[in-house]
Design a binder for this molecule. Structure first.
Ligand SMILES: [Zn+2]
Length: 259
């Protein structure tokens, strides 16, 4: 019997031949061969981006989509790409524009069923936070929305746009000299996209209900409040009470030490 890697390569080569692929094809093509549903998920990702593109102004550049099935790719990204990066990987013309690159294989493994975790400072909000997904399809849609929000954010920054029309609503995007990657502009766009695609947990605080000055604070959080819903109701009182509780604990500890 052949060793495992050799057998694996033989199986893959047989599948490649059956699929009409030659040795010129990349590891991406090979990775897809092992996943029968990969084409449906690719189609779903593209369809989601297409729907968002329809909701953007006609003047907004076309969002470029790369779907990466290499099993070891764990990170997705979205932004505004420079031509060189795009042409090297895809034989495309040298153009600069909005784009996303998704780690598709990961959607099947870690993120197929359960909670898709968002960045910590966003995690507890109903419209930009952690979200329960029922399967790979759900997970694909959620990651597309997140990465496209980056693409829209960076492109509108490059255009020096202070607002953007999205699905018929005008979103005000505060200008920042040093914008944060998951800052207020990203939050406004991502929230609008998740609302449009019905990916919102209404039982939690929504960032769309918060004024810009509160979101300014959220983007600077180094430690997320234990109870974001309480914080959002009255941030001043929440901070005051937390300080008071901390002082009380410190006093009690000091007293304990003296005994
Ligand atoms: Zn991100």
């Amino acid at each position: 019997m052949k060793s495992y890697p050799a057998q694996l390569m033989e199986n893959l080569n047989a599948r490649k031949r059956a699929a009409g692929l030659t040795s010129a094809h990349t590891t991406v093509d090979i990775a897809r061969l092992e996943i029968p549903e990969s084409e449906q998920l690719d189609a779903l990702a593209r369809e989601t981006v297409h729907t968002i593109q329809q909701g953007l102004p006609k003047s907004f550049p076309e969002i470029y989509v790369k779907l990466d099935w290499v099993p070891w790719r764990t990170w997705s990204r979205g932004g505004r790409y420079q031509g060189e990066w795009r042409s090297r990987l895809n034989d495309h013309e040298m153009t600069t524009g909005p784009g996303i690159n998704l780690a598709m294989h990961r959607r099947l493994r870690n993120a197929a069923v359960g909670t898709v975790a968002e960045y910590k400072h966003l995690s507890k909000f109903g419209d930009v936070g952690d979200f329960h997904v029922d399967g790979p399809e759900d997970s694909v849609v959620l990651v597309v929305l997140h990465e496209v929000a980056h693409a829209i954010d960076h492109t509108s920054q490059a255009q020096k746009a202070a607002s953007i029309s999205l699905f018929g609503n005008r979103l005000v995007l505060p200008q920042r000299s040093e914008p944060k990657p998951h800052g207020i502009r990203f939050i406004r766009i991502y929230s609008a996209l998740r609302t449009e695609f019905d990916r919102v947990d209404n039982s939690r605080t929504l960032t769309s209900d918060l004024a810009d000055e509160l979101l300014d604070r959220v983007e600077r959080w180094s430690r997320v409040p234990d109870d974001v819903d309480e914080w959002a109701k009255d941030p001043l009182r929440y901070t005051r009470e937390r300080r008071r509780r901390k002082q009380k604990t410190r006093r009690e500890q000091t007293r304990g030490d003296a005994l």
